[in-house]
Design a protein around this ligand. Structure first.
Ligand code: GDP
Length: 355
């Protein structure tokens, strides 16, 4: 139920009820104000909104839903870019150079991170003070450390909702850094428009750290540290990656992943990266795949959310838990077909729901 703000109570209202209503009204009034301030681009309010989204307190969850609801109509207008690569490849150096470049071009840049495994203090991108030093003090940049460790699904959800708030607050480029190489890339692919993979030249070990699946997800591969003695090695790597990408199946959206070289340290290849991203956006907006991808992402999230809620409901039921244990033993002994057992368990579950 939405409580209307600003409705005056008639003088005759029972005082107990009135104070109850006022208690109820207070958070709504705050949320409205908070939403207004977020839309105005007030940074402290944006941070406050994100803190609500990240909170796991039941009361905050209600407020977070409201704030998302208020901001959603103003969201969606940014370019969301996922950036990944093994530790040490130069992600934060690149984000600093790229972010500053975009700001010079008049953009407002938000940097978020997905890092469910992080045990570092305060979990992430600002854990190390030296990271993104100049970007972090730029008024047109907003850098938010990753939500504290939790399940990947939980962290991805918080990041997606944080994107909504940042967009409503006027940020037009959102950079989502994934730290580590693995599952989190799959989560980030679900919330970004463009996926950029940073790689190094001539270092077999690092290359093996990147799974083929992640290379397949990349819309662009950037060979970083293409400077000094490393320049020609980086060029060679670029050609090798181009050849490797040719072996991948063509993309449905007609985009051919691009391989380029860059030096985040010396700010070369930065402009080319932005040009490539713009080409991608132009192509996919023209052929309809830009919005198609976003709506598929929303559909996937909707499905996943329902599935995980249903699974939790099923597997957390004490009676079903017990029954599942004994049934599993019977299946192992060969006394029961797993199909019949599943039907029986589902029947018990549905019976309970219908009561
Ligand atoms: P991350 O772990 O992927 O975020 O990597 P960092 O951005 O922290 O960079 C790791 C190290 O590589 C740092 O010492 C950087 O100074 C260095 N580095 C990053 N980019 C470049 C580059 O383009 N060229 C060179 N030579 N060094 C770089």
């Amino acid at each position: 139920m939405r409580i209307q703000a600003g409705i005056e109570q008639p003088a005759s209202v029972n005082p107990v009820l009135k104070s109850g209503l006022q208690k109820f009204k207070k958070p709504k009034l705050n949320i409205e104000q908070l939403a207004k301030d977020i839309l105005k681009g007030k940074r402290s309010s944006l941070s406050q909104g994100i803190t609500l989204v990240e909170s796991s307190l039941p009361g905050d969850k209600v407020l977070a839903k409201q704030i998302i609801q208020e901001c959603l109509p103003y969201a969606g207008n940014s370019i969301r870019i996922g950036i990944t690569g093994v530790p040490g490849v130069g992600k934060s150096t690149f984000i600093e150079a790229f972010g500053n470049y975009l700001i010079q071009k008049g953009k407002k840049v938000a940097v978020l991170a997905i890092d469910p495994s992080s045990k570092r203090t305060k979990g992430s991108i600002l854990g190390d003070k030296t990271r993104m030093e100049s970007l972090s003090v730029n008024p047109d940049a907003f850098i938010r450390p990753s939500a504290s460790a939790g399940t990947l699904g939980g962290v991805a959800r918080k990041t997606r909702e944080t994107i909504t708030l940042c967009e409503a607050s006027g940020f037009d480029v959102i950079l989502v850094e994934t730290v580590g190489v693995g599952q989190s890339e799959i989560a980030v692919a679900q919330i970004v428009d463009f996926f950029l993979l940073l790689m190094l030249a001539g270092s077999g070990d690092e290359l093996q750290g990147i799974k083929r699946g992640i290379m397949e997800m990349a819309d662009m591969i950037l060979i970083n540290k293409a400077d000094g003695d490393n320049t020609s090695k980086a060029d060679l790597a670029r050609r090798e990656f181009e050849n490797a990408l040719h072996l991948f199946p063509a993309l449905e959206n007609n985009w051919t992943p691009i391989v380029r070289t860059a030096s985040a340290l010396y700010s070369t290849g930065i402009e080319g990266t932005w040009e490539t991203i713009n080409e991608y956006i132009r192509l996919t907006k023209e052929n309809g795949h830009f919005m198609l991808k976003r709506s598929r992402q929303s559909g996937e999230i909707l499905r996943e959310r329902i599935e995980s809620a249903l699974m939790d409901d099923f597997y957390n039921d004490p009676e079903l838990k017990e029954k599942l244990k004994s049934t599993s033993k019977e299946i192992e002994r060969g006394n029961l077909s797993p199909y019949d057992a599943a039907d029986e368990l589902l029947e018990i579950y549905l019976d309970k729901k219908n009561k």
